[in-house]
Design a binder for this molecule. Structure first.
Ligand code: 18C
Length: 257
């Protein structure tokens, strides 16, 4: 990509625009801090089973059951050239574009805005035979976690977290089964040559390392074999389709650092 743009460092903005007085402030901070800790450590040891390996993309699972339900944690890593972590997170978070890349949805709506970076979403997923249709109600927040080390090259993350909440007064009544999820996308951008290098930075110089973690409880009966087959197909499909979507959306746009 020939588009060249001056690099603009993001300001060390407030970590979230959510008010500390908000009833979800504490929960959101804790959940996000936990994801950053694990993504940074990238604790993929031999307790994780590789279920999909395609180029730079690797998807792992750990088989787990809770009250007879399959709740296998899932983790994926991917490295994509030409896009930044801010861009990846922006498109993953932005509820206006979710239907454009999310292939498992029947509908999605925003029920509430907690702040500029945090909203409550209600979505209905496509039905999988022979199970009852699923829905999700969750807060979603996007956040920049700037490097706070003295060291210029310390980690700088962008993160989106989608986390289920039990209720919301604007949530429609339904007969769907409510899934429970804790999902995070954590991204780190690297530059070659590094950012300290003088000169213009183009999309050819940037690489985004993505860590995606999903803990989904199906919320009700679903045959284990169907569920495992569905997610084994759907997570890699999502990672491919979504990252391609971000590349397509950004290729002629200024780089969003
Ligand atoms: O993170 C992703 N998307 C976010 C925005 O939507 C959000 C969603 C999380 C996924 C929740 C899981 C939804 C399950 C719905 C049923 C599956 C529909 C399949 C349709 C096939 C046409 O954070 C990207 C998510 C990408 C992939 C998700 C598939 C995971 C399936 C997990 C199984 C648990 C639910 C069990 C339902 C019963 C199915 C047999």
């Amino acid at each position: 990509n020939k588009l060249s743009i001056q690099k603009i460092k993001p300001p060390k903005a407030p970590k979230t625009s959510l008010s500390p007085k908000h009833k979800y402030y504490k929960e959101i901070n804790e959940v996000i801090a936990e994801h950053i800790k694990y993504a940074a450590k990238l604790d993929i040891d031999n307790t994780w089973e590789l279920i999909h390996d395609e180029g730079e993309m690797k998807v792992f699972k750990r088989e787990m059951e809770e009250d007879g339900m399959v709740v296998d944690p899932l983790k994926a890593v991917h490295t994509v050239k030409g896009i930044t972590g801010h861009e990846v997170c922006h498109y993953f978070w932005n509820p206006d574009v979710r239907m454009e890349w999310e292939g498992t949805l029947e509908s999605a709506q925003v029920l509430d805005w907690f702040s500029e970076d945090t909203c409550v979403c209600y979505q209905i997923h496509k039905k999988v035979w022979p199970t009852t249709q699923r829905e999700a109600l969750f807060w979603t927040q996007i956040r920049h976690v700037p490097n706070e080390d003295e060291d210029e090259d310390g980690p700088d993350y962008w993160i989106v977290c989608n986390y289920s909440i039990p209720d919301h007064d604007k949530c429609p009544a339904s007969k769907n089964v409510r899934i429970n999820m804790n999902v995070a996308m954590v991204c780190e951008t690297s530059m070659e040559p590094p950012s300290s290098h003088d000169g213009e930075i183009t999309r050819d110089h940037i690489t985004c390392r993505i860590t995606y973690a999903a803990n989904v409880n199906p919320g009700g009966w679903a045959p284990a074999s169907v569920l495992r087959a569905v997610y084994k197909r759907e997570y890699p499909k999502f990672l491919k389709r979504f990252t391609q979507y971000v590349m397509d959306q950004t290729k002629d746009k200024p780089i969003m650092f």
